[in-house]
Ligand binder design. Structure first.
Ligand SMILES: [Zn+2]
Ligand SMILES: [Zn+2]
Length: 149
C-alpha cells in the first residue's frame, strides 16, 4: 500500500473508534466526507468537498459539509488552515509547512526538517505561549507562471 493509502485507512479507523467513544453514529455522510478529504492533498475548502461528494450524497447540504469538517477538526482527524481566504482542510496532521500561490490560492505541502527546527523567539511575547508553528511562503505556483493564451 502507498503511504497515503495507509494513512487514510488508519485515519478512518481512528474516526470509527472516536465516534464509538463519543457515541456518534458513523454515518455514510461522515465517512464519505472524511474519505474525500483524506484522498486529496490540495487542501480543499468545504465547498470543494461538497462539489466532490454531492453526486454520491444527494441529501447533503453545504452547511452539513462544513459542520462535519469542523467535527473532524475537533476530533483531530484533519486540520483547518486559517491563513487562507476560505477555510481549507488539510489531511496532513503532522508538522509541515505551506507554499501558497498568491494568484490562484493553491496550497502545497512542504516538509522541511530545517524549518521544523526554527528557533522560537526568546523574548517575552506579551504572555503568549507558543504551542506550535508552521511556515507559510507566498509566491507564484508553476501553473500561474505559464503565460496565459
Ligand atoms: Zn497559482
Ligand atoms: Zn498541508
Amino acid at each position: 500500500m502507498r503511504r497515503a493509502d495507509e494513512m487514510a485507512v488508519s485515519r478512518l479507523r481512528a474516526f470509527e473508534e472516536r465516534c464509538r467513544q463519543k457515541g456518534l453514529p458513523v454515518t455514510v455522510q461522515r465517512r464519505t466526507i472524511l474519505e474525500e478529504v483524506l484522498r486529496r492533498d490540495d487542501h480543499p475548502t468545504a465547498d470543494d468537498v461538497y462539489e466532490a461528494v454531492r453526486a454520491r450524497l444527494p441529501q447533503l447540504s453545504r452547511t452539513t459539509v462544513y459542520r462535519v469538517l469542523e467535527t473532524f477538526v475537533y476530533m483531530g482527524l484533519v486540520r483547518r488552515l486559517r491563513q487562507t481566504k476560505a477555510a481549507r482542510f488539510d489531511r496532513n496532521i503532522d508538522r509541515h509547512h505551506h507554499l501558497v500561490c498568491s494568484r490562484c490560492g493553491k496550497v502545497i505541502d512542504l516538509e522541511d526538517r530545517t524549518l521544523d527546527q526554527l528557533p522560537l523567539p526568546k523574548r517575552k511575547l506579551q504572555g503568549f505561549i507558543i504551542e506550535e508553528f508552521s511556515v507559510r511562503f507566498s509566491g507564484t505556483c508553476s501553473d500561474c507562471q505559464q503565460p496565459k493564451e
